[in-house]
Design a protein around this ligand. Structure first.
Ligand code: PGA
Length: 251
């Protein structure tokens, strides 16, 4: 398999402010972080300013959204459309983060429709999937993940993973300080690739699969050594320049 370019994505969730945006825009210059892709997803209200700042600071950062509407436009109070994201040079969007699934009731089909809307507007979707602690105990991990991926295949076809990114994020590892072990993560990443390969081997080999869930500057290197781990989606540790920089440099 050809080596896929590592990708480190930051999910700030409902954290950060204008000062943090200024700090990140100037810290991640292209000479400091070479040969990897970096995406930072701040709260949507900061996307426009962040985009302008990274453009004027020779930054290696690409800007991403944490969510988007599955609708193109219309009477959807509080929502943000893909076209609006495009206008502020936001070319990536996380879809189906476990917090959106559990706190905001997003189903696999609804997430798949967001994934489709992103693609239709030239925004690269980062599809999150992962099992809860109970589901892992019940040996439902692969079933849950297959369901999320199959919903996308049904809606947009296997080819859609040529232009998408997948993030495996076990719910029990998110924000808990208890990362999956490199072996546990590799197991699931290999499953995801095999599952996609049933439809199309080339697509399966080419899709970047990120690991997320308590990734930090100390455990990143071991995770990145795994064959099917092509990067990380980082929450808590992405809010501190030095920590996030160390994770990026480990990739
Ligand atoms: P965490 O969050 O790194 O704080 O565990 C990851 C995520 O939710 O994307």
């Amino acid at each position: 398999m050809t080596q896929l370019k590592p990708l480190i994505a930051a999910n700030w969730k409902m954290n950060g402010d204008k000062a943090l945006i200024a700090e990140f825009s100037t810290a991640f210059t292209t000479d400091k972080v070479n040969g990897i892709d970096i995406i930072v997803c701040p709260p949507s209200i900061y996307l426009d300013e962040f985009s302008s700042q990274v453009a004027s600071n020779n930054s290696a950062i690409a800007v991403g959204a944490q969510n988007l509407s599955d609708k193109e436009s219309g009477a959807f109070t509080g929502e943000i459309s893909a076209a609006m994201l495009q206008q502020v040079n936001c070319n990536f969007a996380i879809v189906g983060h476990s917090e959106r699934r559990s706190l905001f009731g997003e189903t696999p089909q609804f997430v798949a429709s967001k994934y489709a809307t992103a693609l239709a507007n030239n925004i690269t979707p980062i599809l999150c999937t992962g099992e809860s602690e109970q589901q892992r105990e019940d040996e439902q991990t692969f079933t849950v993940i297959a369901q999320d991926i199959d919903a996308v295949i049904e809606r947009s076809g296997i080819e859609s993973f040529k232009d998408g990114i997948i993030a495996y994020e076990p719910v029990w590892a998110i924000g808990t300080g208890k990362s999956a072990t490199p072996e546990q993560a590799q197991d699931v990443h290999a499953f995801i690739r095999k599952h996609l390969a049933k439809h199309d081997e080339e697509v399966a080999a080419g899709v970047r699969i990120l690991y997320g869930g308590s990734v930090n500057e100390n455990n990143a290197a071991e995770l990145f050594k795994q064959k099917d781990i092509n990067g990380a989606l980082v929450g808590g540790a992405s809010l501190v320049v030095d920590k996030f920089m160390a994770i990026c440099q480990n990739a």
